[in-house]
Design a protein around this ligand. Sequence first.
Ligand SMILES: [Zn+2]
Length: 314
Amino acid sequence: MSLRKVYLVFVLFVVFVGQSDAQIVFRGGGCIGPCRDAMCCDQRITLNPSGVGFARDFNCKRFMENASAQDRAYICKQLRTQGAPCCSILPFCDNNCREVLAPNPNAKMLFDGLSAGLVKGHGPLTPAQKLAISKFLSNCEAEKLLNELSTMPCPKDWNAPPDCTMGSYLKFKLQFRDRVPGDLEAGSVSPDVHFSNPREGERDREASKKFPYTVSVTNQTDGTARELHAFPAPNDMCFSYTFFDGSSEMATTIYHELLHIWWMNKYQTDLHDSGHGTDLYQCSNYKPFFAEKLRDFYRVMDDLEMCLKTNPVP
Ligand SMILES: [Zn+2]
């Protein structure tokens, strides 16, 4: 081997080893030395107060994988302060699961604005049902969906004022129900149509009182880690997931049904085009964007449950 080749091998080795080091990613954004700021979970965070510039290709998850406990806590604190303890970095915010489970303040506010409460005659929520709502509200994917539902512009053919948003109309009542033998559905939404143009003079919150959606969630018991968890069915998987608590399953059902409400109103459709068809156990039955949004939510539920299981709340 010539000296030149030895040198080349050495350079390749350094590059290869360097790729697994968070510091390389850290410096990869064109900053001279450590970068000052970067984006993490859609939030601008400070990596190093004495650094310079903005890390443009910063990979927050990879950074957290390699960061010290002190650095992790520093990033987690910033994200929590900004109301975004979310997404792929959640498992790294360890020892803070109690805080992680606290509702994202913005998601809670949006949820309260859209919620018309529990259906009439509903009993008090069980601990598992309460936990399902907390898990739903704790993450950024729910916040994104609730924000879209609240701020969606009213359809053009309503000829409504430009500031008309569907958040004034899209109210929903929630109910948890026992599983009906033979009915495998984890949830449903009714009516399964978009909100129709309110009559002239009704363009206010009163109109929505006549049309609250009912989001029904089937009670789920805890599963086990050994089961294969797949969506929509083990023999036709769009994707698999790892969470198995009943409360996590119910949280995904709340998300799923609200996603139907979003879809039907966004595209002015009904049951026949609500994000998926009636062949529930076929992957091809799901519209790609609907499946993609579900996949995003399943990922954060995976992360949340992993966080809670590895750092039990005392
Ligand atoms: Zn559905």
